[in-house]
Design a protein around this ligand. Structure first.
Ligand SMILES: O=C1N(Cc2ccc(-c3nnn[nH]3)cc2)c2ccc(Br)cc2C12CCN(S(=O)(=O)c1cccs1)CC2
Length: 233
């Protein structure tokens, strides 16, 4: 019995993460711009860059509020942020695009992404991921915790103290497992499906790195923050 129940301290723990996830959102004016009149591929790319920059700022704030994160080794904090930035951004973008949009906005945004100079070979896996996230119908607690679990992945490059990161990730996975059982009682495999999305996210990381190289070729501009977090020279 007690295995399934979410304890009082798990409730409190989850509340901190969910409140932080909801508090840090992209300013509406940024997304509104994306919905306005028709732009060229070049302008669309610049808008996506602006949004990605704002997403990274939101991600850093969210990460700082994850219980225990700030007591990790400082270099490991940076390694976790840099190692998860693309995955966390794609996860949140997919979640936002597949849930929070007023109807009609989603189509406009999808069109903007399709017409932004991102190559087809990256577009397909990106949209497949976005659709697969939509099909899960995650509640916001699951979204927030899955994002926190992604950030606290111990095996990112250059992380020194793996056990310390595992000690933070494990309780999150435990709460997430209970949440899945609570919100999706008729889908015993739901938790496993959620974690399967994290595997899909890692492949997007790979495509994104490829894209960065090709964007560098045709001299696409990125903001200093994106260059910093994506290791773009
Ligand atoms: O921009 C994206 N979008 C649209 C988007 C993103 C966020 C919000 C939003 N609203 N409120 N909060 N968040 C809305 C729409 C989106 C949607 C689904 C997936 Br999967 C992925 C994406 C990307 C993520 C960044 N890349 S990127 O390749 O890193 C790149 C950077 C610069 C130029 S291209 C492009 C695709």
């Amino acid at each position: 019995k007690e295995k399934a129940e979410i304890t009082k301290e798990q409730q409190a723990f989850m509340k901190v993460i969910v409140d932080s996830y909801n508090r840090h959102q992209i300013p509406q004016d940024v997304t509104k711009k994306l919905l306005q009149e028709q732009y060229s591929a070049e302008e669309n790319f610049i808008l996506l860059t602006e949004m990605a920059t704002s997403q990274v700022q939101v991600l850093v704030e969210f990460t700082k509020n994850i219980p225990g994160f700030l007591s990790l080794d400082h270099e490991d904090q940076i390694a976790l942020l840099k190692g998860s930035a693309v995955e966390a951004m794609f996860l949140r973008s997919a979640q936002v695009l597949s849930t929070k949009m007023p109807n009609g906005h989603t189509e406009v945004l999808e069109e903007r992404i399709r017409n932004s100079g991102i190559s087809e070979e990256f577009m397909t896996p990106m949209f497949n991921f976005y659709k697969s996230i939509g099909k899960l119908h995650m509640v916001q607690e699951e979204q927030a915790l899955l994002t926190a679990v992604t950030i606290l992945t111990p095996d990112r490059p250059f992380v020194k103290d793996h056990p310390a990161v595992e000690r933070l990730q494990e309780p999150m996975l435990e709460v997430l497992r209970k949440l899945c059982a609570l919100h999706h009682p008729r889908e015993p495999q739901y938790f496993a499906r959620l974690l399967g999305r994290l595997t899909e996210l890692r492949t997007l990381n790979h495509y994104h790195t490829e894209m960065l190289t090709s964007w560098r070729m045709n001299d696409q501009k990125f903001t200093p923050l994106l260059c910093e977090i994506w290791d773009v020279q």
